[in-house]
Design a protein around this ligand. Sequence first.
Ligand SMILES: O=C(O)CNC(=O)[C@H](CS)NC(=O)CCC(=O)C(=O)O
Length: 278
Amino acid sequence: MRIGVVQLNSSDNPKANLQTTQDLIEKAALDGAEFIVTPEVTNIVSGDRAHQSITLQTQENDITLRAICAQAKNLEVWVLIGSLALLGGSNGRFLNRSFLINPTGEIAATYDKIHMFDAMISDTESYAESSGYQPGDRAVVTQTDFGTVGLSICYDIRFPQLYRDLAQAGAQIIFVPSAFTQQTGADHLQVLLRARAIETGCFIVAPCQTGTHPTQTAKVRNTYGHSMVIDPWGQVLLDAGVSQGISVLDLDLTLVEKARQRIPALQHDREYKKPKNV
Ligand SMILES: O=C(O)CNC(=O)[C@H](CS)NC(=O)CCC(=O)C(=O)O
């Protein structure tokens, strides 16, 4: 299975981001990628909710979704749009939704980010994703031509039970499209991704947003980059650094079974009483 990992420096202009994304998807396909993945919020990185409200579309009208479905069909490749920010959540909120698109250009699965990034990571940097986005409540595993895949997004990586559930439902590859902050990315991203790979015996594939994101507003956002691919034994197969662009590599899915035969921890869960502080 040849995978293409797209790393983006998305702006707050969806049209421009679509052009860049399509150019990079095409480049990955020309390099032989059969399954191409893009980061969280491929269509817009913005720190300004008002700007997002007047710029974003519903799923039905979204230009990025429509164009990339057509492109997947044209190139005959699988595409995971790591996520799109869309109108359509409850109480006027946005959705942070992944789309898995098959080589006939149809939507094979969607996933709404479950865990919302509400965090104060320093005196000057805080996030309140739950006030802007409606969270999902459904974990997703689905079949592809290459194997069984599980979907997740960014901050979900901090909730190991989700990954255990995906793996125990049959996932062999789990995607973690992300827009990590620079600080938490540097301090935590690689170790979190490797831990999830080791715990689940899955490939972990994390296409990421990177750099200082171009904006027409006053609110500048920076992300960490370093898109990564980790094998089921926890080895780092790819660290894409900080440049926008593509990385293409081959995944040997037989490594999933091999890792799980060596350490069958996925089958060793036991029931126990929750701890009480006494
Ligand atoms: O709001 C958007 O545009 C899209 N969503 C994001 O960028 C989200 C919420 S702000 N970012 C993360 O989840 C980063 C998590 C992270 O960095 C960590 O867990 O340390």
